[in-house]
Write a protein that binds this ligand. Structure first.
Ligand code: PBG
Length: 331
């Protein structure tokens, strides 16, 4: 028997004692890796539960400010704010996205003035504001790419004016990152970052999110397949990422998270740029539901999923577990 095989090599030696496992650990989780997505609604002193996302609420702006304070006190670097819009304010063109005083802009301004050091990220996409729930203009069964981009640029500039630090286009229109970069620069926002949802798949795992922002029940049978990526494809994700980087993306997102760790790993390996994984609402819901049934240990799978993202190459993770993870790390 040559060296390198049993019994000279015993892989379990390094695992025998807790101190040694700590020494040889290749990855670790830090609060520095966390982005906490939060939902906002109109009103005062409101906290509305979301049935499919246990423990997650839609907050009115006053209460959102408290959550932002909690994020800061837990050491979480940034939050992402998603609006849930009253259906009466939606229309086919998503007109409210072009209003600099809309819910998300007011929320950003309020959180920024209360907590200037907390990073704020905003989605750029029309789905919270359109009555059909699509991310772009939808006319005669077609998404209008270039016409949508013009609106997205306005939306991004309003959000930046409100005090948003990072603009996150999640719409998957072609060419939007470059157009948004140009629009931000023209408005004097050279230093506002773009975190592009570069590889975003047409996924069934977004279901609970669509409940949370009350968008998507009217999408129609095709869903978002003409603009979000086909789950069958991997090489195409690298092409998408290359394009968004060339157009000026500072950070790229791979979404969903756990079912797409191969994409995350390839992205990090190929491009070596800042990569963010999005552990989406359906992933959160699955883990919570199994934990509520006593089938999984919630804390354990939450931390294990974070490590999996780190191992695959994520620099940061958007996760609804962010405050719970931060609390564990504080202990
Ligand atoms: C909107 C958007 C979605 C998510 C983030 N931004 C839903 C969608 O594209 O339909 C999903 C997030 C989640 O499921 O947690 N463009």
């Amino acid at each position: 028997m040559s060296r390198g095989e049993y019994p000279a090599t015993r892989m379990r030696r390094n695992r025998m004692k807790a101190f040694s496992r700590r020494l040889v650990a290749e990855n670790s989780i830090s609060t520095d890796d966390l982005i906490w997505p939060l939902f906002v609604i109109e009103g005062t002193n409101c906290a509305e539960a979301i049935a499919s996302m246990p423990g997650v609420n839609r907050w009115s702006i006053d209460r959102l400010i408290d959550q932002a304070g909690l994020a800061l006190s837990l050491g979480i670097p940034a939050i992402a704010i998603f609006p849930s819009i009253d259906p009466a304010q939606k229309d086919a063109a998503g007109s409210l996205a072009r209003d600099g005083n809309n819910l998300v802009c007011r929320a950003v301004a309020a959180v920024k003035s209360a907590h200037p050091d907390l990073g704020i990220i905003c989605d750029v996409a029309l789905d919270p504001f359109t009555d059909h729930g699509h991310d772009g203009l939808f006319v005669d069964g077609q998404i209008l790419n270039d016409e949508t981009i013009a609106i997205l640029c306005e939306q991004a500039v309003h959000q930046a004016n409100a005090g948003c630090d990072i603009i996150a286009p999640s719409d998957m229109m072609d060419g939007r990152v470059g157009a948004i970069r140009t629009a931000l620069d023209a408005a004097g926002h050279h230093d506002i970052q773009i975190m592009a949802y570069a590889a975003k798949y047409a996924s069934g795992f977004y279901g609970p999110f669509r409940e949370a922002v009350n968008a998507g029940s009217q999408l129609g049978s095709g869903g978002k397949a003409t603009y979000q990526m086909d789950p069958a494809n991997g090489d195409e994700a690298l092409h998408e990422i290359a394009l968004d980087l060339a157009e000026g993306a500072d950070i790229v997102i791979v979404k969903p998270g756990m079912p797409y760790l191969d994409i995350l790993h390839r992205t990090k390996t190929e491009f070596g740029v800042p990569c963010v994984a999005y552990q989406v609402s359906g992933e959160f819901a699955m883990l919570c539901a199994a934990a509520q049934n006593g089938w999984l240990d919630r804390d354990r799978v939450m931390m294990e999923s974070m490590l999996a993202f780190k191992r695959a190459g994520a620099d940061a993770v958007l996760t609804y577990f962010a405050p719970d993870i931060a609390k564990i790390l504080q202990k």
